[in-house]
Write a protein of this length. Structure first.
Length: 96
């Protein structure tokens, strides 16, 4: 059975909206997403920085997911120079 976990996370690690997860901020620009119920395998995961509040945001500002398992994902956000920076982001994980 396919399930979806999603969320919008503030730069300070608060879950602003979402379902099926909790968030813990590990350091500047580093967030761990714990899936409330683990996926049976590795889910598909996509995300984007959101809520910058200005059209001046660079398209190089990004979120990456360097670690992903059926139970957790790590999100790293940063600026257009490649430096980790606390940023709001949204994500969707889909899997079985």
């Amino acid at each position: 059975m396919t399930k979806t976990v999603w969320g919008t996370v503030s730069g300070n690690g608060d879950l602003l909206a979402g379902a099926g997860c909790t968030i813990s901020k590990q350091g500047t620009g580093i967030y761990v997403i714990d899936f409330t119920t683990s996926f049976s395998g590795v889910p598909a995961l996509v995300g984007s920085q959101t809520g910058f509040g200005s059209q001046g945001q660079s398209p190089l500002d990004n979120v990456a997911f360097p670690f992903l398992t059926g139970g957790t994902a790590t999100a790293v956000t940063g600026d257009n120079q490649g430096s980790k920076e606390d940023r709001q982001f949204s994500f969707i994980a889909i899997g079985n």
